[in-house]
Ligand binder design. Sequence first.
Ligand code: GAR
Length: 215
Amino acid sequence: MMSDDGRLPVVVLISGSGTNLQALIDGAAGGQPFRVCAVISNRPDVPGLQRARAAGIPTEVVDHTAFSDREGFDAALGDAIDGFAAELVVLAGFMRILSNAFVERFAGRMLNIHPSLLPAFPGLHTHRRALEAGAREHGASVHFVTAELDGGPVIAQARLAVAADDTEASLGARVLAREHILLPQVVCWFAEGRLRLREGQVWFDGHPLRAPLQC
Ligand code: GAR
């Protein structure tokens, strides 16, 4: 169900600085067909919450340290999301592993952005690991979230060449800048109804996607 103004209501989950959240806020303000209806963080006092408040977006903290187990945290997080009647959940730098029950609850309507060309380098420290592996290309991926960590079907990627003098910081900064274009683009496609997950397969414009889209 769309909101009254016809734009898709999106809840964004964050754990930190929220620059990808900012890209979504800016995209929505610039007329893209979605709106950020709430921002939920598992950490209090992170800069991303400030970004949301500055944009007049409701925020909520579901602090994982207040729960004795993952299931309890995930149930509270899921209830918080449902309280905002979101059509899409976007993990934008949300650094918690999610239970199968949570993933099932939002199956087909939850996206994650990850700073590598998946399936390469799931998990943490992706830029360092890409450099250590001598990767010639690196980038970022947006995928539907499934139970496997950073393992759901990839929708779209931003690729860039690794420079000979790249450091973890320089490479990370270039990837992040591309993330800020990639993520709003994929959310737009979802909002426009061009993108769906059916039986574990990404569909785009009515056809199964054979390879990730390039942004
Ligand atoms: C981004 O690079 C995002 O891809 C990454 O965290 C960063 C968050 O930055 N996510 C992951 O590593 C998830 N596995 P931001 O808070 O400035 O958007």
